[in-house]
Design a protein around this ligand. Structure first.
Ligand SMILES: *Cc1c(COP(=O)(O)O)cnc(C)c1O
Length: 467
């Protein structure tokens, strides 16, 4: 092994500023279209966002100028508990596949919340506390974001209220136990504690709920708090991609140390935050038209691949349009790839990544061809890849992360065909310890694939507002 199996950056190499991809996009004349106020149809301003978001986070949301934003000292302190995350050379997977490709992955699952979401949760909790707020409200789907925020809230002594998608609330009782251990309070959504929730219950929506519905409830509670609470979100938003840039900054610094430059960078895409994170530093190379760093000689900037579930195919089959980020239509309008804000994936879909839209930053990069490709994969194939990865590399991956594994394996097998020794980098966003019900369904042969029909999509496209 010329390259070690696991590589950690040294403490003095850790990033001290986040990378704001949007500022680099503006410089390349492809800044994304502004968020719109749904009432006036005008671009959203700081004053529109401040009732909902913490002030500093609202500023970050609108910032398309500062290329780097310093990470606050208290956040750096927290990162020292769980970062750097290791960059791992997947020697054992390569051996099983018999590929000449070199596969690297950044492993973000080595913390109690089990995923990359902690990177943004701790920053958001810090800014909320610094502003003197009593608490934050949020939604959680599979539970990773709620858990991450609960940990962050505990660290900074900040109240955390989590609206948890009903189906997950019932399927994942241990998530609730973890969040409560860190002091958060958890409500199953739709609930009767908000107007939006009560309306949905009266309309007879399924108690399984949806992310969009939980978002609407969490925002309503923040707005009704008399200014003492704000709403925070774990994906999609520019501010979240900003915080997740730490993944890509670390990954590039580590690969630079190892004398490697990737040909392909792969991430799974739900709302887009981990993908935006892992690509951050290399996308700057792409936007500026050249590979950089000690290992850049002879390399072009990499190809970027987003991987999404065939059951929730926002990039591959969605419309690029202004839409709400939530079912209750209380968020600003964002121009993004969307399936329509009331799209709900089949309840049989176990692999996460169920959001109807996609980060406006990634949507724009995809629309302009900088994010080269989006691939939709079926969940049985994803679990096959997860199983192969777990057996070869030891780590039990989260189903979400396994979407990226599936395509990394496909790319490595294509190298076996062609004889090319490409360098592949993917993001392993989390571990699968809270997804054992999905693994059980897969092991028992009880997992199916569900792909929405054109008619299904057409129905939810109808709800996209005319702007
Ligand atoms: C939330 C989550 C994702 C998807 O969210 P993105 O914002 O698209 O990154 C992927 N993997 C894991 C483990 C997650 O918890």
């Amino acid at each position: 092994m010329t390259v070690p199996y696991k590589y950690y950056l040294k403490e003095n190499e850790l990033p001290e500023a986040y990378l704001n991809l949007r500022a680099f996009m503006r410089e390349a004349s492809i800044d994304h279209d502004p968020l719109l106020n749904p009432g006036s149809g005008q671009p959203v301003e700081l004053a529109d966002l401040e009732p909902v978001f913490c002030s500093e986070l609202a500023r970050q949301e609108l910032d398309n100028v500062n290329q780097y934003i310093d990470i606050p000292g208290a956040v750096l302190d927290f990162y020292r508990m769980c970062r750097p995350s290791p960059l791992i050379r997947a020697y054992y997977l390569e051996r099983v596949l018999g590929t000449p490709a070199k596969i690297y992955y950044k492993y973000e699952g080595n913390n109690t919340s089990g995923s990359h979401k902690l990177n943004s949760a701790i920053a958001q909790a810090y800014y909320a506390k610094a502003q003197g707020l009593k608490g934050v409200t949020t939604e959680t789907g599979a539970g990773q974001w709620g858990t991450a925020l609960a940990m962050a809230g505990a660290f900074f002594d900040l109240g955390v209220e989590v609206y948890m998608v009903g189906a997950s609330y019932r399927q994942k009782p241990y998530r609730k136990a973890v969040m409560e251990t860190y002091g958060a309070s958890i409500v199953a959504s739709p609930s009767d504690s908000t107007q939006v929730g009560r309306k949905m219950l009266a309309d007879g929506v399924s108690l399984d709920g949806s992310l969009g519905c939980a978002i609407s409830e969490a925002i309503e509670v923040a707005l009704a708090s008399g200014g003492s609470k704000r709403y925070v979100l774990g994906s999609v938003l520019n501010q979240v991609l900003l915080h997740q840039s730490i993944i890509g900054l670390e990954a590039k610094a580590a690969l630079d140390d190892l004398g490697e430059y990737p040909d392909v960078v792969i991430g799974c895409a739900g709302g887009g935050s981990n993908l935006g994170g892992i690509i951050s530093a290399y996308m700057v190379d792409r936007l500026q038209g050249q590979a950089t760093g000690p290992a850049a000689a002879g390399h072009q900037p990499p190809r970027f691949i987003a991987v999404e579930p065939a059951s929730c195919p926002s990039l591959t089959r969605g419309r690029y349009a202004y839409d709400f980020c939530d079912t209750g239509c209380v968020t600003p309008l964002a121009r993004m790839y969307t399936l329509g804000h009331d799209f709900m994936p089949s309840p049989n879909h176990a692999g996460g990544l169920r959001f109807h839209g996609m980060s406006p930053i990634l949507s724009k990069l995809y629309h302009e061809g900088y994010l080269d490709e989006a691939r939709a994969v079926e969940q049985t194939a994803v679990f096959e890849a997860a199983e192969a990865f777990a057996r070869a590399e030891g780590t039990l991956p989260a189903p979400e992360s396994s979407h990226a594994i599936k395509v990394a394996i496909d790319e490595a097998l294509a190298c076996k065909e062609s004889g090319e020794a490409k360098t592949i980098l993917f993001n392993l966003t989390g571990n699968g310890y809270f997804d054992l019900a999905a693994y059980a369904a897969y092991n028992e042969g009880g997992m199916g694939d569900y792909i929405p029909t054109e008619a299904d999509l057409e129905r939810s496209f109808q709800t996209i507002p005319q702007v």
